[in-house]
Design a protein around this ligand. Structure first.
Ligand code: AQP
Length: 334
């Protein structure tokens, strides 16, 4: 059974795009696979970020993941910076990664346009991602569509390292997508993404869900309440398909086509469906926030388990690359 690795940045709230595109898959896979779920804080610092907020965001991401169904007894849930071998392997992998491969990554091209001066960390992001996955010699990586190109590069990096130092040592990991491989943001402009502020958080308070939906883009043909719309052209209709019961989805489509109601009515029903779907997660998150030590303990235990695997991989990597083993001075430990 292939080992699973996946990660999420603590760059904002855990949103329904993360949930539908990746996290719900992790929850399923942990029933049958050895799963490593990592809060990738070293990735989150490759963009402009608020240092004063990062610690709280990291803890809140862990709360969100456990509330969404990640079971720390089944999955190894941990924070990337607690396992220094991630950055150690990343450095090693930069030595087999051509610069041109990094420069042609779509995410690098998009994000570098938003940076005043382009930082090397952003360019090297996919190498760190390769290290995250290869450190655990994972075979399966459940992600959203935006990560497919990075996964191809991870396979390429694994191939290059294997060819040079140890054929077959690193598996070439396969991506696993859900049906909701790309959830569009509420602004209708691009992918739902923490850094774009076009999200609905899974732990959002009920009233706030409707507030988020109010300005959301729908079928542009619906200018007034009297204009009929096409559900296939409405981003919110696709969210109904994930969160509303089948009878409601049908009713929503019919009322949209016949201008039987306005978009705001449709949004109210969607808000109710989203609120109902995440009610158990909200409840669980309250319990976790009331016992803050519990989350820190989960992350500590997760990092210990992750390190046990990571140190062994690095020992073998160093050996295969001809790096001199560290030697304890005589007398130490006697
Ligand atoms: N809109 C989405 N639809 C489907 N899957 C998605 N994922 C992210 N957005 C969508 C998947 O969620 C996992 C965690 O990814 P992330 O931490 O990079 O999430 P983000 O919201 O995209 O985060 P940021 O901070 O805003 O980063 P950028 O700016 O890179 O988008 C991944 O498996 C991802 O595919």
């Amino acid at each position: 059974m292939a080992r699973v690795f996946s990660g999420i940045q603590p760059s904002g709230e855990l949103h329904i795009g993360n949930y539908l595109g990746a996290v719900q898959n992790w929850v399923k896979l942990q029933m049958e696979h050895d799963c490593f779920i990592c809060i990738v804080d070293y990735h989150a610092i490759t963009q402009d970020y608020d240092a004063a907020a990062l610690e709280a965001r990291t803890l809140e991401m862990a709360v969100g993941l456990v509330a969404a169904g990640i079971d720390p007894e089944r999955s190894v849930l941990f924070v990337q910076s607690h396992v220094p071998e991630h950055t150690e392997l990343a450095w090693i992998l930069t030595t087999v990664t051509p610069l041109g491969d990094l420069e042609r990554m779509t995410q690098f091209k998009d994000k570098s346009q938003r940076q005043e001066s382009i930082l090397a960390g952003l360019l090297n992001y996919p190498v760190l991602q390769a290290a995250d996955i290869l450190l655990y010699r994972a075979g399966l990586v459940p992600v959203g569509e935006d990560q497919i190109q990075h996964l191809e590069l991870v396979r390429e990096i694994a191939r290059k390292w294997n060819t040079r130092f140890a054929p077959g040592f690193f598996p070439e990991p396969q991506a696993q997508l859900t049906k909701a491989r790309r959830i569009v943001g509420l602004d209708g402009l691009g992918k739902m993404s923490k850094s774009m502020g076009n999200t609905i958080g899974i732990l959002e308070e009920p009233a706030a869900v409707f507030d988020r939906l109010k300005p959301a883009k729908t079928d542009p043909a619906r200018v007034t309440k009297k204009d009929p719309g096409d559900p296939a052209k409405c981003n919110l209709y696709s969210l109904h398909q994930y969160f509303s019961p089948a009878a409601t989805v049908e009713d929503v489509a019919q009322k949209c086509r016949t201008a039987g109601w306005g978009c705001l009515d449709c949004k109210r029903v969607l808000a109710d469906s989203v609120v109902a779907h995440f009610a158990p997660a909200r409840e669980k998150s309250r319990e976790l926030r009331n016992a803050p030590e519990r989350i820190r303990d989960i992350l500590h235990a997760g990092a210990e388990k992750a390190r046990a695997v990571a140190t062994e991989t690095m020992r073998e990597v160093r050996e295969k690359m001809g790096l001199l083993a560290a030697h304890m001075p005589s007398g130490v430990g006697r």
